[in-house]
Ligand binder design. Structure first.
Ligand code: CTP
Length: 395
């Protein structure tokens, strides 16, 4: 599965370093050529001899050894750099471009995609600094894997355990199995927007963001550098995805337009409000009379604006949630908004649309080609949409 793949396994100083030995064996068994780099503290947990007995070549753990330019040679040689386990200290140094050991020098010299598997104690993992460092690394396009939950070496219980070697191995195999999105920049919107009426009330819709979050997670799993612009949802930020939270259509418009030009793929899955109150009351509105009229004005159509300014080669994808004449409405939106692909949901299909864990979609591309899919989990639907996008990228 990993035949002819050249991988740098970068091991930093954590008790989880012993799992890197199993990971190394798994990578080798799958056919990869693996070079190991370590920080000076790794040897406190696992000796270099253990790694060099299993790896290809000796362990690179000393910037001041015989071959001073080894970090550059390794950085240009590899197809993938896998940092596992990545300690809080190594993550922090990577996020800030520090370079005081062999592992960090290889990281800065690496031209290949970098996958990072963190391991540390729960409080260290949850610390806002560590989370900010993980977000910064993800925003740079590196693939940050989640941690697992459970008993930690400290005796505490919580998030922070290194993923099991076979799970990391599966991620590496998946990375090479679907390289189509590796190095691609993908912008995805998700969830509803909220249009304020007064300080306590707003207009919104039933979107939960599940479809957009599933797309973001799946695109990241396939190697893309993903930015998610999300309206208010109760979902956690997907691992390895730069997530920006916004409220109104205007906020979403500004966040998307500021980032759209540099993207290879833009997917507007958010359920954006088409209208917003003309005025937002500064104080809570008091009830008066039997009727209340709120005057609304049109919001900017984000997708339409994106279609008008689409850079050459960018794939622009919209959603259409319809209740009648579904296909005709979807085709019209595809044309009017200058899209490459539209994802059609019908509210008439049971199990499709808002709040469900499943969805039933029809894809229509710019040539008019139509593909109808059965009811599937939103994760599988995300895979179907991304498969279609990849085929359009290659046209
Ligand atoms: N959309 C957008 N900005 C808006 C409204 C919608 O970017 N202000 C995007 C949605 O994210 C979706 C697509 O446009 O990808 C279709 O949205 P929809 O509201 O169904 O279509 P409209 O063109 O607004 O048509 P209508 O409301 O008449 O159905």
């Amino acid at each position: 599965m990993l035949q002819d793949r050249k991988i740098i396994l970068a091991v930093s100083g954590s008790i989880a370093a012993y799992k890197a030995v199993y990971l190394l064996r798994g990578l080798k068994k799958a056919g990869a050529t693996v070079r190991v780099v370590c920080t000076p503290d790794t040897a406190r947990f696992v000796g270099p001899l253990t790694f060099s007995s299993l790896a290809d070549g000796g362990v690179f753990d000393d910037l001041w050894g015989a071959n001073w330019s080894e970090h550059v040679a390794l950085g240009t040689w590899a197809d993938l750099m896998l940092v596992a386990p990545a300690t809080a200290n190594t993550l922090a140094k990577m996020a800030h471009g520090q370079c005081d050991n062999a592992l960090l020098a290889v990281f800065l010299a690496a031209r290949c995609p970098v996958m990072i598997a963190p391991a540390m104690d729960a409080d260290m993992y949850l610390h806002p600094r560590t989370q900010a460092n993980l977000q910064a690394l993800a925003a740079d396009g590196h693939r940050v894997l989640p941690v697992s939950q459970g008993f930690l070496a400290s005796g505490l219980e919580g998030p922070g355990r290194l993923l099991e070697p076979e799970v990391i191995l599966a991620e590496v195999v998946a990375h090479f199995a679907s390289p189509a999105l590796a190095g691609k920049r993908v912008l995805i919107t998700a969830g509803p927007t909220r249009e304020a009426i007064d300080p306590v009330r707003y207009l919104s819709n039933h979107s939960t963001g599940k479809m957009g979050y599933a797309l973001a997670a799946e695109a990241a799993r396939r190697g893309a550098a993903v930015t998610l612009v999300s309206g208010p949802t109760s979902l956690p930020d997907p691992a390895g995805v730069e997530t920006l939270r916004v409220q109104s259509t205007q906020d979403m418009y500004e966040a998307v337009m500021a980032r759209a030009a540099g993207q290879d793929i833009v997917i507007m899955s958010a359920a954006v409000a088409d209208y917003t109150p003309v005025t937002v009351a500064e104080q809570k509105l008091k009830k008066q009379g039997d009727n209340l009229t709120i005057v609304l004005r049109r919001t900017p159509d984000i997708l339409h604006t994106l279609g008008q300014h689409k850079p050459p080669g960018q794939i622009l994808v919209g959603f259409a949630l319809e209740t009648d004449q579904e296909e005709a409405h979807a085709r019209e939106k595809l044309r009017k908004k200058n899209l490459d692909l539209i994802v059609l949901n019908s509210l008439r299909d049971p199990g499709a649309g808002f709040a469900h864990d499943t969805n039933k979609i029809t894809l229509i591309d710019r040539t008019g080609d139509l593909q109808a899919f059965p009811l599937k989990s939103k994760k599988q639907v995300a895979g179907d949409i991304l498969d279609r996008i990849v085929s359009l990228l290659n046209v």
